[in-house]
Design a protein around this ligand. Structure first.
Ligand SMILES: C[S@@+](CC[C@H](N)C(=O)[O-])C[C@H]1O[C@@H](n2cnc3c(N)ncnc32)[C@H](O)[C@@H]1O
Length: 287
């Protein structure tokens, strides 16, 4: 069924819940468009999408490039690169590279016009090194456009509030489940100011950050608790159902189930996101 990255993108992010799938699709499509709008694409650009996943950004870029444009899909997951190869169906404007964001050694220096990446640095332990690699592979005048969730924001403001329910009679149970879910260090070890600092330190100029934070904003209630339990919030986490099974006794599970089955309407969204765009300096004029 593939590695953890492929499993999550292809099944565990959405489970079989049509409403969950539709909600995720509309938000990731908006993030994709935000990345591509900021990339200032030209018809013949060579674009490297780092951590391409199933090709959300890369195929979105292909739709905007002309016949002379090219997209290099790169990822650490061989399974996801295979998935992108299948989707590309021999489109000659596509190539595929297995590489980590912080070690793009197979991509030559100054060989691409645009680097994009969406929700990838969050899984990368050496984020500063990734920015150095983005700068190295870009041609002079090349553009960087990235999107990252800033998970530290929710951890700071609403720790353990797994579903945005605020104070509930099952807080004790949700806290146990949240502890069981855990949070990989790379998900929370940075914020939007670090992105700016790393871009500048890697040599980028014209660095611009668009940051959006939402605290307790009323959100669509989740109507399908059974489907939600089959989802995981990220590729490194268990599903909510797995965490509930591991963390709670049978009585506790029953108490949580009866509360969750009736409570969807009070969801609040607490999250922060950042788009960053930047440019590599133009080559100095001769003479
Ligand atoms: C949340 S998914 C995002 C996929 C895609 N960018 C999108 O927007 O749908 C994270 C992706 O990053 C890849 N990934 C994880 N760690 C990585 C690393 N250190 N370097 C490059 N890619 C990585 C995973 O294989 C996965 O495809």
């Amino acid at each position: 069924m593939g590695d953890v990255w492929a499993k999550w993108l292809l099944t565990r992010r959405d489970s079989d819940g049509a409403s969950i799938r539709a909600r995720h699709a509309s938000s990731v499509e908006a993030f994709r468009d935000g990345v591509l709008d900021r990339a200032d694409l030209r018809a013949d650009d060579v674009l490297l999408d780092v951590g391409c996943g199933t090709g959300l950004v890369g195929f979105g870029a292909l739709d905007r490039l002309g016949p002379g444009g090219h997209v290099i899909f790169s990822d650490i997951s061989a399974d996801l690169l295979d998935e992108c190869r299948r989707t590309a169906a021999h489109d000659e404007r596509c190539s595929f590279v297995r590489a980590a964001a912080d070690d793009l050694a197979t991509v030559p220096d100054a060989s691409v016009d645009v680097v994009t990446t969406r929700s990838v640095l969050i899984y990368c332990a050496r984020k500063q090194a990734a920015f150095v690699e983005f700068h190295r592979v870009l041609r002079p005048g090349g553009r960087l456009s990235i999107f990252e969730p800033i998970n530290r924001f929710a951890v700071l403001h609403r720790p353990g509030d797994l579903f945005g329910l605020g104070r509930t009679p099952v807080d004790d149970l949700l806290a146990k489940v949240a502890r069981q879910m855990g949070a990989a260090e790379t998900l929370v070890d940075f914020d939007e100011r670090d992105l700016l600092t790393w871009a500048a330190a890697a040599g980028f100029e014209a660095v611009e950050l668009d940051y959006r934070a939402q605290l307790d904003v009323p959100a669509e209630p989740f109507t399908d608790w059974q489907a939600v339990k089959q989802t995981a919030p990220n590729p490194l986490a268990p599903t909510y159902g797995e965490a509930i099974a591991a963390a709670l006794t049978r009585d506790e599970r029953e108490r949580l189930e009866s509360y969750m089955a009736t409570t969807g309407a009070r969801c609040r969204r607490t999250m922060a996101t950042a788009y960053l765009r930047a440019q590599k300096a133009d080559a100095p004029q001769e003479g």
